[in-house]
Design a protein around this ligand. Structure first.
Ligand SMILES: Cc1ncc(COP(=O)(O)O)c(C=O)c1O
Length: 388
């Protein structure tokens, strides 16, 4: 299916041990009620990839296609924008402006002056910033987004389109996270981060509650419960959200595999170390959304026992997987960060030892989270030779 290339696979020795509740159910119910009420909300498609299932010798492969999500091109639309809405409503109440404002009122321009006086900010490698900027535009507050140098012009433009100010920071995504936090502290802005750290968990928890809707939709669309799910890992937020939601829907049975780029595999490194650890270096990977060197604290608290295994794949394998999808009939458009799980699945499925480690066999039903479409169309065209 795709070329055999080296990859890493690590079984999680703590899988299934009891731990703390990172994402309480009440928070998810609120997120789901809010997001599904937004104009333009529609579940994204779940596609059966029978050709890939046959070639990988498993019973079924399903692809949750986040490309059409709210016209933003990725699942991130669910998290950042929801957290912006929740923050604004809370802040308007705290300032005695509106005790119970709704997003419908905010979108209609109620409390406009008060909302404009509030600035939200975040660091991003593209998709999260787009979601925060989109939410800020929709709900009427100001927005400043920090990107590191390697974030492509296409991705910067896609954020600026929603009226956000863009600030470029030398270094990596993690440097942008720190610069954003420092500036926000100085300016009294509100950081709406998709990653969490000691003492900063409330907003990232809302972001992750929003992500759960993707897994909840997929659970309702599947013809039968999955045995395995593969999800891309950056700071781990989306993988943790999927882990929680699959457990809520299907119990402990589905085996979750978190797939990262080999040069930014901080979750795999943390599983190896038995505690959250950073990976250093340039983090230079084509999979821009996954170029994160430090796990999110909250995500780690879920994944340290929720993930069945961690995998790390090379950029070349991601390109192989993008091309495979682009050339099948009908073609499927998936961005670089979306295919980490597919690449890990195909590599594992064709390697007898990895197949055995994961328990992949002819009865396996595999759910893949295709977390973005061609969020950088020029790059997509260059990598696949196909137009997005
Ligand atoms: C398309 C895509 N997939 C996956 C991820 C990883 O999400 P997380 O950082 O929550 O692990 C990102 C993060 O930006 C992304 O943009």
């Amino acid at each position: 299916m795709i070329q055999t290339r080296p990859f890493r696979l690590l079984l999680n020795r703590h899988h299934g041990t009891p731990g703390i509740v990172v994402l309480p159910e009440g928070g998810f119910r609120r997120a789901r009620a809010e997001i599904t009420s937004w104009p333009g909300y529609e579940p994204t498609p779940l596609l059966a990839l029978d050709d890939i299932a046959k070639a990988a010798r498993v019973a079924a492969v399903h692809w949750k296609d986040e490309a059409p999500r709210f016209g933003l091109g990725s699942f991130k639309a669910l998290g950042g924008a929801y957290a912006v809405a929740k923050l604004l409503i809370g802040e308007l109440a705290r300032r005695d402006i509106a005790p119970h404002a709704s997003t419908a009122e905010l979108e209609a321009g109620a409390h406009r002056h008060a909302a404009q006086a509030i600035t939200v900010t975040c660091a991003t490698d593209g998709n999260h910033g787009r979601s925060v900027a989109w939410g800020a535009r929709r709900f009427g507050c100001a927005c400043v987004i920090f990107v590191h140098e390697a974030v492509s012009q296409g991705r910067r433009d896609a954020i600026a389109k929603y009226g956000a100010e863009i600030r470029v920071v030398p270094g990596t995504y993690d440097d942008a996270v720190r610069e954003c936090a420092r500036t926000a502290e100085r300016e009294a802005w509100f950081v709406v981060s998709d990653t969490s750290w000691e003492g900063y968990t409330e907003i990232p928890r809302d972001v992750m509650q929003g992500y759960r809707l993707m897994a909840e939709e997929a659970a309702g669309q599947l013809p039968a419960p999955p045995t395995h799910a593969f999800v891309p890992g950056g700071v781990g937020g989306v993988a943790a959200a999927v882990s929680v939601q699959l457990r809520a829907r299907f119990g402990a049975a589905p085996r979750l595999v978190v797939a990262e780029p080999e040069k930014a595999a901080c979750l795999l490194a943390s599983a190896e170390a038995g505690r959250p650890v950073p990976v250093r270096g340039e983090l230079d990977t084509l999979m821009a959304g996954l170029a994160c060197g430090e796990p999110s604290l909250l995500a780690w608290q879920e994944l340290e026992r929720g993930a069945f295994a961690f995998a790390a794949v090379a950029d070349d394998s991601a390109v192989d997987a993008m091309r495979l999808l682009a050339r099948r009939a009908p073609p499927l458009v998936a961005g670089e960060s979306a295919v980490a799980g597919l690449a890990a699945f195909l590599l594992a499925a064709s390697d007898p030892l990895s197949r055995a480690m994961l328990g992949l066999d002819a009865d396996s039903r595999v759910l893949l989270f295709g977390t973005e479409g061609a969020t950088d169309p020029a790059l997509y065209a260059r990598l696949t030779g196909a137009a997005a």
